[in-house]
Design a binder for this molecule. Sequence first.
Ligand code: NAP
Length: 405
Amino acid sequence: MMENKEELARIITAENGKPLKEAQGEIVYSASFLEWFAEEARRIYGDVIPAPAKDRRVLVLKQPVGVAAIITPWNFPSAMITRKVGAALAAGCTVVVKPAEDTPLSALALGELANQAGIPAGVYNVVPCSRQQTAAVGEVLCTDPLVSKISFTGSTATGKILLKHAAGTVKRVSMELGGHAPFIVFDSANVDRAVAGALASKYRNSGQTCVCTNRFLVQKGIHDEFVEKFAKAIEKELHVGNGFDAKTTQGPLINEKAVEKVEKHIKDAVSQGASIVTGGKRHSLGKNFFEPTLLSNVTTKMLCTQEETFGPLAPVIKFETEAEAVAIANAANVGLAGYFYSQDPAQIWRVAEQLEVGMVGVNEGIISSVECPFGGVKESGLGREGSKYGIDEYLEIKYVCLGGL
Ligand code: NAP
């Protein structure tokens, strides 16, 4: 098993470039879903409901929804699969997985492990395909009457296409879509802790996770100190390079398109008055490597504060009041994760309740774990994965009325 873990981590680094240490972390995270849901399978309880008539008994059964089609992205090539497949298999469903074109190897390796573990043939199926075929394969999966459930993780734009396809046969859907996470640092925050959280939340996987911070909002009183310390931490602690080198913390971005998007966001921000504090350009290593970048003097008018960058760019907006920060944070059509740093208990309650997101990190920059419900509100998606709630996405509730007793 240890050997498998190491091999799986190396496959991830080879196919998406993330540093080996992060890939090893992903494998542990990925395996945790299989372990968790194997245990949850034992707790799929039904119900006995007090009947409304003397001669009746009322039961509630939970049954698998049926075949689940699972479409996953490249940024967590293993964990995004097991987070869905673990729950689906535990519920009693079979699955057809379509992995991202950039990262099919982890999905296939999991198939080999499923064989070794004795999962019967036909239960875990993988359909890798070229990007040219993706739309057609996606349409078949989402329209075929044999498929009862679509579970998708990826961009909001693709999620909307799949939702339209799924409507034709009224399939059950789970959608884990894009984010635009705010990270608010209030005057009351412990700045050093906020900097450590910012570094982790922004630059994990080179900024390519759906819960990565996309915009920093920093209160006037501590703004300059935060920006200065954040820049120092970026320059000292982040090392761009080959994911297989032990020193590397920042691998390459997934493809040229991703690099172009980061460049476009920086160019737009600078043209509107933002300042580059550190980074700002392609890395001297070339190809898809990009310098971890920090921008200050950012406004809400800039592209980088309006859409997901999905790269190593940290834009900082200065604000004056709590109400202003919450309004900026909530002025988005998506709401996946949100973070804030404060040491004021009343403020912590107020802001945690007001943020329009599915997940809130208070004085924490990394919050995902198998025990906790993962998912978003607004156009960030439908449903929750992981936790005790995740298995419900793959279960139908059937009510049975026993009459004439
Ligand atoms: P994407 O373009 O939507 O791709 C995700 C998956 O959907 C890939 O397997 C892709 O296949 C497939 N796909 C694309 N177009 C399709 C279509 N018309 N029909 C069927 N399948 C289709 O997303 P991405 O840009 O690669 O991934 C990053 C996005 O995922 C970001 O927005 C991020 O926030 C989001 N994300 C969300 C979560 C979450 O849990 N909420 C987690 C991770 C990532 P190809 O690779 O062949 O194009």
